[in-house]
Design a protein around this ligand. Sequence first.
Ligand code: COA
Length: 248
Amino acid sequence: MNTNEVFGSLDESIYEIQIARGDKMNALTDAMYGSLIEQLSFAENNDDVKVIFLRSDNKHFSAGNDLADFLETKFDSNSNVVQFLKSLARLKKPLVCAVGGAAVGIGTTLLLHCDLVYASADTKFSVPFIKLGLTPEGGSSVLLAKRCGTARANDWLLTGRTFLAEEALNSGLVNAVYADTDSCWQEARSAAKRLAKSSARVLNDTKALLKAEHVEGIIETMEKEAVIFAKGLESDDAKAAFNAFLKR
Ligand code: COA
């Protein structure tokens, strides 16, 4: 189940999943989403796991979907990326995440499915779909406004601009910001350990109550988003944007 690019380990009731493709700023490929689905499923179904902790093994969290993969891999609502996002939305166990460096596209939208998010001060967030001829995914067309307010969601999704850790903190996207990558990982792990002191029953029941109103609605939103996203991927402006990046 562990690969060079995605691996997991269990320690003291915490299942830690790491993304490890530092040479490409942890840009995510179809195969990596497949591995992430396996890791989440393992953690969700293992009674020894109470809390899941997601991070990368290097200073960047993720530069988003691999742009070469967008050109090479057929995308539809059954694609690994959509299944991965649905797995996150349906996760019953608490998910803690630590981010730093680049948090682009899905590197930001997946945070909307995390229960606690910690960032290092150097994090640069963006949801630049519009600049790539694409549209929001991962439920972000609804969840971003719900979490951070309509004004911010409109600004970030309609301009695709980069925003920094302080703005992410002020808008409620992240719970806390730490000076550097190491302290961020350490504090996020400590937060996961604090959660793991409670019983699995009370953790999962509390999370279920917090999410009860919207899980299936979000899955429907993801499916609608995926249909529009698939059209975007076929468009000339998206292909031109991917090629411009790859040939730069
Ligand atoms: N897909 C594929 N490769 C990517 C990537 C992505 N999304 N993001 C970064 N990389 C690769 C680069 O190609 C480069 O690889 P190389 O050294 O083999 O050429 C390496 O990661 C470092 O990226 P680089 O662009 O040189 O770093 P930078 O510090 O100048 O810029 C970013 C960082 C994140 C601003 C820039 O890489 C970027 O814009 N990436 C694309 C982000 C994106 O659009 N994601 C999809 C959102 S839907």
